[in-house]
Write a protein that binds this ligand. Structure first.
Ligand SMILES: *Cc1c(COP(=O)(O)O)cnc(C)c1O
Length: 431
C-alpha cells in the first residue's frame, strides 16, 4: 500500500490528500527553518543536561518529605542552565500553568503592592488569581491591587501608558507572551526584551514576570535571555515534551524563585521538601524531547494556517508570518465550521478517537464551548487539541501534536469533515 492509500484507509479522500501534499510541498523552506530551530534548542537542552551531569540515579523515585531528592534538585539546575537563569523551581506539586503563575505572583507581592499588566488582560484563569473577577483567595483579598495597560491596536506596547501607570506601589510587571484567547499578536522574545528594558529604565527594581506558556523553544531566546526576572510555564505544554504527566516551572532570579519555593511548600521549608514519586524520568525525557515536539506542533500550526487561509478563512497568525508560540486560530464564521473542525481533530486522536465532541456549557465561559482532545495526558495541549467557543466570530484555537505526522493527519481529518459537511468548496481544493 502506498502512502496515499494509507491515508484513504484512514478516511482521507484523494482530493483532501492531494491538496495537503501541495501545501506541504510549498512549505519546505519554512519547515527547514523550524527544523533548524529544533536543532539549536536540542543542543541547548542537551548541553544543560551534560553540564549538570544528569545520571540514571536522578530518575529514582523519592517519597515522604523528599529530602535530598537529587533528581529534583538536578532537574532544577538543568532548567536554570537551559533558560540561562540563576535558579528554577520545577515540580510535580505545581499542578498547572495557572498554579505556577499564581505562586510566582503571590510569592513576590505583599499587601499594599501593585501588579501592573503591560500586555493587556492576562489569560482568563488569571482573572480570578488577581481578583479582576472576585474570587476566594485572590491577590485582591490580600490587599494587592492591580492595574492594566492594554497593547496598542497594532499589538505593540503602550510605552507612555506604562510610564503613566507605574507608581510608588508598583512592584511586579506581568507580560504574557502568547495571545491566549485574544485576537492580538503573540509577542516575540525581542519585543518582550524591549519592554523589560523600558520598564527597568523607569524603575530598575520592578520585578518583570513573563507568562511563557506555549512559547518555549519556538525561538532561540527565552524571556530570561532578555532580562525577565521570572519566567513561568506549564509542563503539560511545550517543556514537558508530551511525557510529563503534570507539573509547572518557574525560572529566574535566585531571590524571586526562592520566594516561590516558600510559597509553594511553606516558609522555612522552601525547596528542601517535595518528593517526586517517580515522575522524574518523564520530566527529564520530556524536556529532552521538547525542542523537537515543539517543532512538530509548530509545523502543524503553519500547515493549518496555510490549508485554511487558501480556502478563504481568516487565520491568525497568517500563513507566512513569523511564529512566537504554537497556537493557531482559524475563523470559520459559522458554528458548523467550528464543530466539524473539532470533530476532525478528535477523530484523528490516538485516544478516544471514537467519541464525538459536542458544544457544552462549561464553567467560566459565557457561551457553549466545544473541545477536541484525545490525549495521553488529560488536558495536555502540547498534544493535538482544539477548542472553540460557539459564538461569533466562530473561531477555533488549535495547538499541539506530539509529532508533525500526527498534526498533519489531524488537520487533513478536520478538512475532510468540513468537506463532507459541504462547508468547503472541493473545487477550491483542486485549485
Ligand atoms: C495555558 C495557559 C495558562 C494556564 O495554564 P493551565 O495549565 O491551563 O492552568 C496561562 N497563560 C497562558 C498564556 C496559557 O496559554
Amino acid at each position: 500500500m502506498n502512502l496515499e492509500e494509507m491515508y484513504r484507509n484512514m478516511g482521507i479522500s484523494r482530493e483532501v490528500w492531494a491538496y495537503g501534499q501541495k501545501i506541504e510541498e510549498e512549505l519546505r523552506e519554512r519547515f527547514a527553518a523550524i527544523d533548524e530551530m529544533a536543532e539549536y534548542n536540542q543542543l541547548k537542552v542537551l548541553g544543560a543536561m551534560q553540564a549538570c551531569r544528569v545520571s540514571d540515579i536522578h530518575f529514582a523515585a523519592t517519597s515522604g518529605y523528599g529530602y535530598n531528592d537529587l533528581g529534583r534538585d538536578t532537574l532544577e539546575e538543568v532548567y536554570a542552565a537551559a533558560f540561562h537563569a540563576e535558579s528554577a523551581l520545577v515540580r510535580p506539586q505545581i499542578t498547572c500553568g495557572t498554579h505556577a503563575l499564581a505562586i510566582a505572583l503571590a510569592a513576590n507581592l505583599r499587601p499594599g503592592d501593585e501588579l501592573l499588566a503591560v500586555s493587556g488582560k492576562p489569560y482568563d484563569t488569571l482573572e480570578e488569581v488577581i481578583g479582576i473577577r472576585p474570587s476566594k483567595g485572590s491577590l485582591a483579598e490580600y490587599g494587592i491591587t492591580y492595574r492594566q495597560v492594554d497593547l496598542l491596536p497594532d499589538s505593540s506596547f503602550d510605552l507612555e501608558g506604562i510610564r503613566a501607570a507605574v507608581n510608588e506601589r508598583t512592584r511586579m510587571i506581568h507580560i504574557q507572551r502568547s495571545k491566549g484567547y485574544q485576537t492580538r499578536k503573540t509577542l516575540s522574545v525581542e519585543e518582550i526584551g524591549q519592554v523589560i528594558a523600558f520598564v527597568k529604565s523607569i524603575r530598575p527594581d520592578l520585578i518583570c514576570m513573563v507568562d511563557n506558556c506555549y512559547g518555549e523553544f519556538v525561538e532561540r531566546l527565552e524571556p530570561t535571555d532578555v532580562g525577565a526576572d521570572l519566567c513561568v510555564g506549564s509542563l503539560i505544554k511545550n517543556p514537558g515534551g508530551g511525557l510529563a504527566p503534570i507539573g509547572g516551572y518557574i525560572v529566574g532570579k535566585e531571590d524571586y524563585v526562592e520566594n516561590c519555593a516558600y510559597r509553594l511548600t511553606s516558609p522555612g521549608l522552601g525547596k528542601e521538601v517535595g518528593a517526586t514519586l517517580g515522575v522524574m524520568q518523564s520530566f527529564y525525557q520530556g524536556f529532552f524531547l521538547s525542542p523537537t515536539v515543539t517543532a512538530g506542533a509548530l509545523k502543524g500550526a503553519v500547515f493549518a494556517a496555510n490549508v485554511y487561509e487558501r480556502l478563504g478563512f481568516s487565520v491568525l497568525p497568517d500563513g507566512s508570518e513569523s511564529r512566537h508560540d504554537i497556537i493557531q486560530s482559524i475563523t470559520f464564521g459559522t458554528p458548523e465550521g467550528v464543530i466539524e473542525f473539532c470533530k476532525g481533530i478528535q477523530a484523528a486522536a490516538p485516544v478516544d478517537s471514537y467519541v464525538e465532541p459536542e458544544p457544552w456549557a462549561m464553567p467560566g465561559y459565557d457561551s457553549d464551548v466545544i473541545m477536541a482532545a484525545g490525549a495521553f495526558v488529560q488536558g495536555s495541549s502540547i498534544e493535538l487539541s482544539a477548542d472553540g467557543p460557539i459564538k461569533p466570530p466562530y473561531a477555533v484555537y488549535f495547538q499541539g501534536g506530539l509529532t508533525w505526522e500526527h498534526a498533519k493527519f489531524g488537520i487533513l481529518k478536520s478538512l475532510q469533515k468540513l468537506a463532507d459537511a459541504g462547508l468547503v468548496d472541493l473545487d477550491k481544493l483542486k485549485a
